[in-house]
Design a protein around this ligand. Structure first.
Ligand SMILES: [Fe+2]
Length: 325
């Protein structure tokens, strides 16, 4: 009798537990959906790094703003939100580390609006990403013509020194990104490959390389600072674990986003990028401040963001901490 009397009570407990679990899962799904909506429509994070100067470029403080992986993303009409943020940061240089457009784009009107505004702020230097490489030939030519009209310095396996800062841009090949329909058997990139393409590294080279996967080779080649993107921060970022997925469909990629340092002292900043769908990983502008010898970099202007707490986030790194990392 006691056994049969306990049955409804056990069922009720199971029912309550199931409902509780469903409630928690439902609430988590709503939170994730709300965060995703907000991140992908309203947010623009600014991550700021204070770095020691690349050797031999120590005459004055410099600020680089990095734009990466914009793809189809639109920050307001004619990209006005993105332009306004870059303007507020008053950079000395704007670098674009590839995937400014997506491989299926043919109309670059918005790209032209963005570049024509950015060029008034600072000189623009750009390296190419896999999406530029994948454009049909005629469309690629159109894009290059636009970049030339907008005075963008395109470093397609090339060098450029601008006002004392030495930039190199490495393009790589489509086979470094995809092998037909597969992500297996991708080409490697070694120090010797880079030397063959760009020649010997020069003192204080800032290497713009869309793909951060080959950081060891970039460092061995002699890059002082590498600016990279491509991984989109791992698309979804998990607490402690970081970015979930790489474009090569690998889980938890090593170089997902943020600051990295090689054993020989080479530094790399990987931008989380601006475009494509993402979660717990808002679109990101990166700002690199290089202090001149004996000079202090003014603190990053936190109050710039006081009215935009939800929209803008930033982290600062101390130049000494970075040097000691
Ligand atoms: Fe990419």
């Amino acid at each position: 009798m006691a056994g049969t009397a306990a049955q409804p009570c056990g069922n009720r407990s199971l029912y309550v537990l199931t409902m509780l679990l469903l409630g928690i899962l439902g609430a988590a799904a709503i939170v994730c959906a709300a965060e995703m909506l907000l991140e992908n429509t309203r947010m623009l994070a600014v991550s700021a790094y204070r770095l020691p100067p690349p050797d031999g470029q120590t005459q004055k403080n410099r600020r680089i703003v990095q734009i990466s992986d914009l793809h189809h993303k639109r920050f307001g009409m004619h990209q006005y939100r993105l332009i306004a943020e870059v303007q507020k940061l008053s950079p000395d240089y704007i670098v674009i580390t590839g995937d400014l457009v997506s491989r299926d784009m043919t109309d670059f009107a918005e790209t032209a609006d963005l570049l024509s505004a950015l060029r008034k702020i600072a000189p623009i230097v750009m390296s190419l990403g896999n999406h530029e490489l994948d454009l049909p030939e005629a469309v690629f030519r159109d894009l290059m013509a636009l970049l030339r009209r907008m005075d963008v310095v395109v470093l397609d396996d090339a060098w450029k020194e601008i006002d004392g800062m030495r930039f190199a841009g490495l393009t790589l090949t489509p086979r470094h990104y995809k092998n037909g329909d597969s992500y297996r058997g991708l080409s490697d990139c070694t120090e010797a490959d880079i030397r063959h393409i760009l020649g010997e590294a020069k003192t204080g080279t800032i290497l713009l390389a869309h793909n951060p996967l080959f950081f060891a080779a970039y460092a061995e080649w002699g890059a002082a600072v590498v600016l990279s993107g491509h991984v989109h921060g791992g698309v979804i970022r998990l607490p402690l674990a970081g970015g979930l997925l790489s474009p090569e469909r690998k889980f938890f990629p090593k170089y997902d986003k943020g600051f990295f340092r090689a054993a020989n002292g080479a530094m790399m900043v990987v931008s989380g990028g601006l475009g494509k769908l993402r979660l717990w990983n808002p679109p990101e502008l990166c700002v690199m401040d290089f202090a001149a010898d004996g000079q202090e970099i003014p603190h990053f202007p936190r109050n710039l963001y006081k009215n935009h707490r939800r929209i803008f986030r930033h982290s600062t790194g101390n130049a000494k901490d970075m040097a000691d990392a």
